[in-house]
Design a protein around this ligand. Structure first.
Ligand code: UT7
Length: 329
């Protein structure tokens, strides 16, 4: 075990809206088919919020479950880090809104914008804060209501995304288990491959660009695909080496759920059989920052993650951002 390890995951929770949107529903909206979506992405259905439901609502449900498992009251949380690209408001942060809904009145609060890597980035930041002694019990959340920034007329993107939230309580520990290492990376030179072209300071929203639907997510899927495989391979292999584990000693890989073909290519490059790779993209689609923590929570609650085992989390997203973590349970 790496010396100085001092943060562990004390509880996890996840929540997805009850409304299921299948590929057959999408067939009625754009020129696509269940066959194309399943074979090119692995997605069969996704969850979509009702009008009026926002990211802090989904976060609240996931956090309550995580806190219950950690046996902590909200006022024992001293840090909330919320990864999202679909905040309730531009100002203030969704972490602030969540803090109030949760009554976690003793927490420092911040949003973290790292797209699909948001949870892994948040986990890394929380681990570092705990290592300094500044905070003891953090809530790290990955949440998205991507349905609100999806162009439902664009078949290139609308078949991919879903809504959901996942949360983890990260606590200081003296045990010889927990978050062994985290690693973060980025490459802003490729930002235009996956972005929302208008609505920020650079190109403010106007009636013209609104009518051109430029306020929705735009992606050059093929290029993003190649970068995702390369970056996640390099990050996951690097962190495994850093903690001194071999590929055989990895019991479970939890990759960001963007495309089953990306996940399979990554597993192959890491020489991991698919039964050591957690996949739930068929049920949720790509939920961006929520994808890794939802999968993590499911893997723990269904007994896929066992005491003493080693799990690697790895994510990649817009920015580009990517990162990984190794956890011993
Ligand atoms: O979460 C952050 C990271 N995101 C990702 O990692 C996503 C990475 N990219 C991908 O997962 C894939 O690139 C996509 C799933 C987005 C697209 O798959 P692809 O195999 O790269 O397809 P493509 O974009 O090269 O398109 C192939 C064909 C095109 O038709 P033509 O030009 O060959 O006639 C598309 O117009 O498939 C067409 N197409 C569709 N057809 C039916 C694109 N979307 C659809 C669709 N239904 N929904």
């Amino acid at each position: 075990m790496r010396k100085g390890i001092n943060a562990k995951i004390a509880g996890t929770g996840s929540f997805a809206p009850s409304k299921v949107f299948t590929n057959y529903d999408l067939e009625k909206m754009v020129d696509t088919s269940d066959d194309w979506i399943v074979s090119r992405t692995g997605i069969r259905e996704r969850r979509i919020v009702e009008d009026g439901t926002v990211s802090s609502d989904l976060s609240l449900e996931a956090c309550r479950i995580a806190l219950e498992e950690a046996e902590l009251e909200p006022d024992q949380i001293d840090l909330i880090i919320l990864g999202t690209v679909t905040p309730d408001y531009l100002l203030p942060s969704t972490a602030c809104i969540l803090q109030d809904k949760l009554k976690a009145k003793n927490a420092a609060v911040m949003d973290l914008v790292a797209a699909c890597s948001g949870f892994v980035y948040g986990l890394s930041v929380a681990t570092a804060f705990i290592a300094t002694g500044q905070h003891k019990n953090a809530l790290v959340i990955g949440v998205e209501t991507l349905s609100k920034i999806t162009d439902w007329d664009d078949r290139n993107t609308c078949v991919l995304f879903g809504d959901g939230a996942g949360a983890a309580v990260v606590s200081a520990t003296t045990e010889e288990k927990g978050i062994m290492a985290t690693s973060l990376s980025g490459d802003g030179s490729l930002a235009n491959l996956l972005h929302i072209p208008v609505g920020g300071g650079k190109v403010p929203l106007t009636k013209e660009n609104f009518d051109l639907r430029q306020h929705y997510v735009a992606m050059q899927g093929n290029e993003v695909f190649k970068s995702a495989v390369r970056a996640m391979e390099s990050s996951a292999k690097g962190i495994i080496q850093q903690v001194g584990l071999s590929s055989d000693e990895i019991d479970l890989l939890i990759p960001h759920q963007a495309n089953i073909r990306i996940i399979e290519a990554l597993a192959k490059r890491m020489k991991l059989p698919m039964d050591k790779v957690y996949v739930n993209i068929d049920r949720y689609g790509n939920t961006s920052a929520a994808s890794v923590p939802i999968a993590l929570d499911e893997a723990r609650k269904t007994g896929v993650i066992k005491e003493g085992s080693n799990t690697v989390l790895v994510a990649f997203g817009a920015g580009f951002t990517w990162g990984s973590a190794v956890i011993r349970w």
